[in-house]
Unconditional design. Structure first.
Length: 157
């Protein structure tokens, strides 16, 4: 991966995505941190570019995916951020304060790597994650369609 959080690069990325998707808008654009959460947020040009795209109707929501709790909390300090995408599961609970704060503020919480990159069983992780009412969405990958269906069924239980 390459990371360029400049406003120019982010604007070009949004334009390219809209072109590839053959649409005039997307529901959410995520800023995925390279580990420099606070620097990305302090610079602000990535979020500024996305806020401009939102004003033009190209983006409906702005998401931030930090690597650290400090970055998550700083993102929540920025009113432009509508959603967080966090690693959160029984083996990674350090983001719980951000999950709770985001939920209390009405911001979306997406959970990435819910199975700890394959180290947790869906039966262990999914019910645990869904016990947290602040969680809006769990982003789960799957090795095949049958396994993905079985994992999704855990959310129905």
């Amino acid at each position: 991966s390459t990371y360029d959080f400049s406003g120019c690069a982010v604007g070009a990325s949004v334009a390219a995505s809209l072109d590839r998707l053959r649409t005039t808008h997307v529901d959410c654009v995520w800023v995925h941190s390279d580990g420099t959460d606070l620097a990305i947020l302090r610079d602000g040009s990535a979020l500024q570019a996305l806020a401009g795209a939102r004003e033009r109707g190209q983006v409906r929501a702005i998401g931030f995916s930090p690597k650290t709790l400090e970055g998550a909390m700083a993102a929540l300090d920025d009113a432009r951020v509508d959603a967080l995408m966090l690693e959160f599961h029984p083996r990674e609970t350090s983001m719980l304060p951000a999950v709770r704060r985001a939920g209390a503020e009405g911001r979306a919480v997406f959970v990435k790597k819910p199975l700890a990159s394959g180290h947790l069983s869906p039966a262990e992780a999914i019910p645990w994650i869904l016990q947290h009412p602040e969680v809006t969405c769990v982003v789960v990958g799957g090795l095949n369609a049958d396994r993905l269906r079985a994992t999704a069924a855990l959310a129905q239980a």
